[in-house]
Design a protein around this ligand. Sequence first.
Ligand SMILES: [Zn+2]
Length: 265
Amino acid sequence: MPELPDVEVFRRYMNATALSKKIIKTQVFETDLLEDVSAAQLARRMTNSQFNQTKRHGKYLFARVSGGDWLILHFGMTGFLEYFKHTNGTPEHARMLLHFKNGFALAYICQRKLGKIGWTGDISEYLKIHDLGPDAFSDELDEENFKDLIHGNRGTIKSRLMNQSIIAGLGNIYTDEILFQAGVHPETSLDALKDEDQFGLFYQMKRILDLAIEKKVDPEMFPVDTLLPNREEGHQCPKCGGKIKKIKVGGRSAFFCEKHQKPPA
Ligand SMILES: [Zn+2]
């Protein structure tokens, strides 16, 4: 499932390919994915326009058209973007196609149809309506804010980090990676977190997101001491030689090392 680093990579890809190119045709093939906008409205607003800016908040990508409003893309479980020469045919599972004057097109591809395509004139209003917390990678989320946000006496740290209304952008995979790097067990309750755990989580969150973006979310490019390429039950922990285990936390699977991520007392 695309998480913050994946969506940041999509954003940079979009900047490198589709920015400042005149859109000559907009096609929506799956209107079920549209949120608060119709296919006809999208076509009217985007055709003959061009994207001049992109932003990302959590797992949402925003692309501004020359009229000033923003196209919103959320990638669900399986979504991604592909820029291609249109004479080569349309990619499978393309749900929206934007054709550019240069003969190329940008496809929004989403096999499992759990993504969303929306429209807004005001990003901060959109974030408020959708109850999204601060972006995990943004400088606005500093150590003090982070500690406040994960402070509490109910619930586990894994569920708190994945709650998009608390912090936006972390999903199952990167939450596990951050906990693994910080040596914190996923089931640790919030009130049992020590000061050094809170700092470790904050530091590792920023470091891992930065690393994942830099490596274009390719696990094979990750350093050997990361969980991501070892995310399988029974694998050897690349940090301490312990065993990787899988449990359910808040209904989601969590992978962790049973040796260096000590269970809560
Ligand atoms: Zn370990």
